[in-house]
Write a protein that binds this ligand. Structure first.
Ligand code: BG6
Length: 484
């Protein structure tokens, strides 16, 4: 039985906390799901007191809670749970103040949520330990990005591990908290209809698209040093890929699921200087129009120092060398300032060996389309007879919607609600294990090294399109196309 916990958020006044964590905690409180959560102690460098902090949180919640999420009544009880204490990561006395606050608590457990610069994670953990405020019921949550390459990721993991054992370390990838990503497990392993066909005998290719219409917003400094490959593909897309491609786990326990995801990452064929040209595309948005609004190009958006080496779009043809997936390309793409915001997995099935129908259009194939956002839907694209007397046997596409129509709006939740709840309850299933993150970095590092060695050019694309034309060519050379 997990004891009650105090949640301590480092970076408690930052962007993530403001937009995501506090709204998610408010919603958990509203739904009375946070019974294991005692207090929420935000920390940051700002010198404000708890009352001032509560006033700011109240305003922010009104801005960032989803439609109709604000409730004065819920706030009246939520606000008693909120506390604030100033912490400078390197100041011993600040940790002592936090210790005094924690000592007064009736909750034995402590969940430290690190939403600061990852370079501070090691130091914060060590200072928490030195201040004597890591007890047997303590755990830590680490936000991404975990480093900027394998070495820096290993360094962070090593430093954190000196204080928190692996079973108490929760590495967040918020894509794993999205409802449809979890639904994938249900669809794959709950339906005998799909499981036998989830393999290279039937599947022609798999596409994973995470398209954003926003630019780099207020994060230009971070993004200029990061780029789309490190910011999105190393984590979100590879996590989704490993869930799509994994073997059935022995059980639904965290360890068994993570063991199977690991095997997928191990089977990814390295992309090196020899094959990087045909398997990768880097892009950067130039000015254009998104959703009818004129927008600047990436390089004009802010005063970047070295951003001309940063991609805002990446597309990759990945291969998984194992019994199930040999020969099936996995096309991955993600980018900013694309035509619209959506994330989707497409399983495209092979065509019939030959067609009996005179009008059988080549692009009409069976597809399972799993939409993660903005809507959470699953649809099966099939072919039917065109109805009517005039049409002899000719085909038309029909979409079967597998989404639960009875699902009410109230059932939808933000990924952070799911993940915070799981972390509070000590459930690691939807978090990344150390070896997974490190292996993902190893694969990505090889691509970055190949780009450097080949001097890979970043291709411009107009904001409001779906990336550079070479991304279209990535699939076209294989006789395929992106599903859009
Ligand atoms: C974050 C990236 O991890 O995910 C951001 O750092 C990106 O650059 C965000 O905008 C996208 O998340 P979502 O859930 O809006 O697709």
């Amino acid at each position: 039985m997990k004891p009650q916990v105090d949640l301590v958020i480092f970076g408690g006044t930052g962007d993530l906390s403001t937009r995501k964590l506090l709204p998610a905690l408010f919603q958990l409180h509203r739904h009375k799901l946070a019974d294991k959560l005692h207090r929420i102690i935000a920390t940051g460098r700002a010198t404000v007191d708890t009352e001032e902090f509560r006033t700011t949180v109240r305003e922010n919640l009104q801005t960032y809670l989803p439609d109709s999420g604000w409730s004065e009544e819920v706030w009246n009880t939520f606000h008693d749970r909120l506390f604030y204490t100033t912490i400078h990561a390197d100041k011993v006395s600040d940790y002592e103040c936090l210790g005094q606050l924690l000592e007064k608590s009736q909750a034995p457990g402590r969940l430290y949520y690190l939403a600061t610069l990852p370079s501070l994670y090691g130091e914060i953990c060590q200072r928490l330990q030195a201040a004597g405020i890591v007890n047997a019921h303590s755990a830590v949550v680490l936000e991404k990005p975990l480093g900027h390459d394998l070495q820096s990721c290993q360094d962070i993991n090593e430093q954190v591990a000196q204080v928190f054992p692996e079973q108490d370390t929760f590495r967040i990838d918020h894509y794993l908290g999205k409802e449809t990503v979890q639904n994938l497990l249900a669809v794959r392993f709950g339906n005998p209809l799909f499981s036998p066909m989830w393999r290279n005998t039937f599947v022609d290719n798999v596409q994973i698209t995470v398209a954003e219409d926003i630019g780099v917003e207020g994060r230009a400094d971070y993004y200029a040093k990061t780029g789309a490959l490190r910011d999105m593909l190393q984590n979100h897309l590879l996590q989704v890929l490993s869930i799509v491609a994994m073997e059935p786990p022995l059980t639904l326990n965290a360890g068994d699921i993570r063991d199977e995801k690991m095997k997928v990452l191990r089977a990814l064929v390295p992309i090196n200087a020899e094959n990087a040209r045909e398997c990768t595309v880097r892009g950067r948005y130039a000015s254009g129009a998104v959703n009818g609004q004129a927008v600047k190009g990436f390089l004009e958006e802010a005063d970047f120092q070295s951003a001309d080496a940063t991609e805002t779009f990446v597309a990759i043809k990945a291969r998984i060398n194992n019994w199930r997936w040999a020969g099936v390309p996995f096309y991955l793409r993600t980018g900013k300032r694309l035509s619209r915001r959506y994330s989707e997995i497409v399983i495209e099935y092979k065509r019939q060996p030959f067609s009996l129908f005179s009008n059988d259009p080549n692009e009409l194939t069976n597809k399972l389309v799993i939409r993660l956002q903005p809507e959470e839907t699953i649809s099966l694209h099939t072919l039917n007879k065109k109805p009517g007397l005039t049409n002899r046997l000719s085909l038309q596409p029909v979409e079967l919607h597998l989404t639960d129509e009875s699902r009410s709006k109230g059932d939808s939740y933000d990924a952070y609600e799911r993940l915070l709840l799981d972390a509070i309850n000590g459930d690691q299933t939807l978090f990344m294990r150390r070896d997974e993150v490190e292996l993902a970095w190893r694969w990505v590092d090889t691509i970055i090294a190949a780009w450097e060695e080949n001097g890979t050019v970043i291709k411009d694309y107009n904001a409001g399109t779906m990336g550079p034309s070479s991304a279209t060519a990535l699939t076209a050379v294989d006789g395929r196309s992106w599903y859009e």
